[in-house]
Design a protein around this ligand. Sequence first.
Ligand SMILES: CC(=O)N[C@H]1[C@@H](OP(=O)(O)OP(=O)(O)OC[C@H]2O[C@@H](n3ccc(=O)[nH]c3=O)[C@H](O)[C@@H]2O)O[C@H](CO)[C@@H](O)[C@@H]1O[C@H](C)C(=O)N[C@@H](C)C(=O)N[C@H](CCC(=O)O)C(=O)O
Ligand SMILES: Nc1ncnc2c1ncn2[C@@H]1O[C@H](COP(=O)(O)OP(=O)(O)OP(=O)(O)O)[C@@H](O)[C@H]1O
Ligand SMILES: N[C@H](CCC[C@H](N)C(=O)O)C(=O)O
Ligand SMILES: [Mg+2]
Length: 487
Amino acid sequence: MMNILKDLLYGVSLKKVIGSTELEVEAICFDSRKAAPGVLFVAVRGTESDGHAFIEKAIDLGAAAILCEELPLNIRENISYFLVENSAKALGIIASNFYNKPSAKLKLVGVTGTNGKTTIATLLFQLFRDLGYKTGLLSTVQNQINDLIIPATHTTPDPVALNRLLSDMVESGCDYCFMEVSSHAVAQSRTEGLEFAGGIFTNLTHDHLDFHKTFDSYLKAKKGFFDRLDNKAFALTNVDDKNGMVMLQNTKAHKKTYGLKNIADFKAKIIENHFSGLLLNIENEEVWFKMVGSFNAYNLLAVYAAALLLEQDRLKVLTSLSRLSGAEGRFDYMISPSGIIGIVDYAHTPDAVQNVLSTIQDIRKGTEQVITVIGCGGDRDKTKRPIMAQVACDWSNKVILTSDNPRTEVPEQIIRDMEAGVMPQNKRKALSITDRKEAIRTACHLAKPGDIIVVAGKGHEKYQDIGGVKLPFDDKEILTEFLNLVS
Ligand SMILES: CC(=O)N[C@H]1[C@@H](OP(=O)(O)OP(=O)(O)OC[C@H]2O[C@@H](n3ccc(=O)[nH]c3=O)[C@H](O)[C@@H]2O)O[C@H](CO)[C@@H](O)[C@@H]1O[C@H](C)C(=O)N[C@@H](C)C(=O)N[C@H](CCC(=O)O)C(=O)O
Ligand SMILES: Nc1ncnc2c1ncn2[C@@H]1O[C@H](COP(=O)(O)OP(=O)(O)OP(=O)(O)O)[C@@H](O)[C@H]1O
Ligand SMILES: N[C@H](CCC[C@H](N)C(=O)O)C(=O)O
Ligand SMILES: [Mg+2]
């Protein structure tokens, strides 16, 4: 590991230096609570607090050097200080230097967009494993280095954790890494300093407006990822999405498109769409896939296109892709002994809810009832709550509004925010049950053979965060249990 200060700072533009740059540092730290002797403390301005307020505390715990945007009034002896314009960006570059630029030693592909990131990154990971490559994955569900699973705390880890994981992938001989790039990560420069072999854009719809404030700044965050790709990389975009081409406006990367409707470099057509899977025509090849739903035709096509841009054999790619089932908790399908269908899905945006429910409308036979159990996360975008409830009501016969992860909010208040989206004509369809387990139980009791229960919003999650405490909770396990009970 490279840890002499002047090597770590390579590529960072410094406005002012106080003290030695020859010092050896033990680690990089951006949270004073984790400071230890010999670390370089990077003061980052956050959403809750300002890292600059903790510089003294970091030094008290042993920090040997400080990187910041504003020098403290009290400059201490024997401590090195570095003044920069943007410490979050500097942190990304330093973290990459610390681990010897691991992103340049493998082919790193980033996936960004509102929905579909986990699905695409996971399918690419599974595909490249199947094609025989050592591969890494950084995703919402989990991080993975070949067969080793490492739990994930974020969709995109912080820069230090991210570069450490990439470095472990290089150590394990990985040729490729597929990672999700969240809009938070771009806005907070978590991916600064990384060298990408390619970037993929899925779609852009309503989410995270609590954090980005406007749709425009959300769009800019996503676009920022493509703006930073270099001319050796590819930039693959969904041409059917309204903002697909906007993403590529200022990129230096090779521009490539995929789509089902518009003219594109990579094209596909849906031939058949069933609960058992999709039959697609991809560039004149008809192939059955296990993945369900028209939105997955986009995901599969993006994966196929990326694999070809990474110079893989077309037929081998299609053969392998046809066997894959994607990420856990995405359109996870089960059927009870009495014939009730249960689907667990991670849809937690209005667009995802509509996609999942409209897919079900497309493929169901006609007379069955669709019963949707849905909640919205606390401490997240409040404006999506009434819209998600409205979409759920518009596309279901019965809707049970319930809790997702209330986090620090009052669960009943979140449900009231959702209820505001239930239109008068839909009132008789909706009922509210705060306890999510009770809500799933009720859906199972209401369902008759042939009916379809959709439990949306938590997908693979194995917990429910109530009041900041994560209690064990698993939609799939609970649904399986009740479906068998009522059968
Ligand atoms: C809103 C958000 O993204 N917050 C992330 C952010 O925290 P922050 O900017 O709010 O940090 P802060 O608490 O204001 O503190 C500012 C700085 O002071 C430091 N500090 C703070 C307190 C202290 O005593 N000492 C100290 O040094 C902090 O370490 C930080 O460097 O930076 C932290 C360190 O990287 C993250 O852990 C934290 O993620 C929180 C836990 C989170 O829930 N993030 C979610 C919203 C998120 O990032 N989600 C996206 C996916 C969304 C999607 O599905 O698309 C993700 O990539 O996971
Ligand atoms: N291409 C797509 N277009 C629209 N909706 C999709 C698409 N792919 C998946 N979805 C829906 O969005 C949900 C989330 O999918 P996925 O986990 O792949 O997205 P994500 O972008 O990783 O989400 P997150 O931001 O939470 O990490 C799925 O459960 C499904 O309902
Ligand atoms: N990564 C997303 C996931 C949301 C999933 C949903 N279950 C919720 O808790 O809101 C976020 O942090 O916004
Ligand atoms: Mg994800």
